[in-house]
Design a protein around this ligand. Sequence first.
Ligand code: DQA
Length: 142
Amino acid sequence: MKIQIINGPNLNLLGKREPGIYGNLSFDNYYEQLKKSYPDVEFDYFQSNTEGLLIDKLHEVGFSFSGIILNAGAYTHTSVALGDAIRAINTPVIEVHISNVHNRESYRHVSMIASACLGTISGFGMNSYRLAVEALINKEHK
Ligand code: DQA
């Protein structure tokens, strides 16, 4: 099983960025732990601050991987193009957020990608990614 994790803008600063909201752990540290917990899963990780590069990555893996876990950061709330890219590919995408976007500013309550995704996981800290992995594994074994 091949799972692509994609992080969007500002998520390269996890661990340094607004730790009260996003915690103290860098994504690289979390990713190492995650890979160890699922030795049978083949993971790939990609981060970009550029909308077009996120779309290119979705196109690249979206016809061969088993699942994609996407934290599109602020592009979640603005990007029609990312929603279209998710609709254009075959691989199921899970929308993930570290914070609970629904108890934050009202502009974060809107998602331009949610309707194109298999489901959304929001508000469980870094554990949101692990819950998304579980969802993809359970889907595979259904
Ligand atoms: C986020 C929530 C977004 O609203 C925000 O713009 C982010 C991170 C999260 O993981 O909680 O950059 O996607």
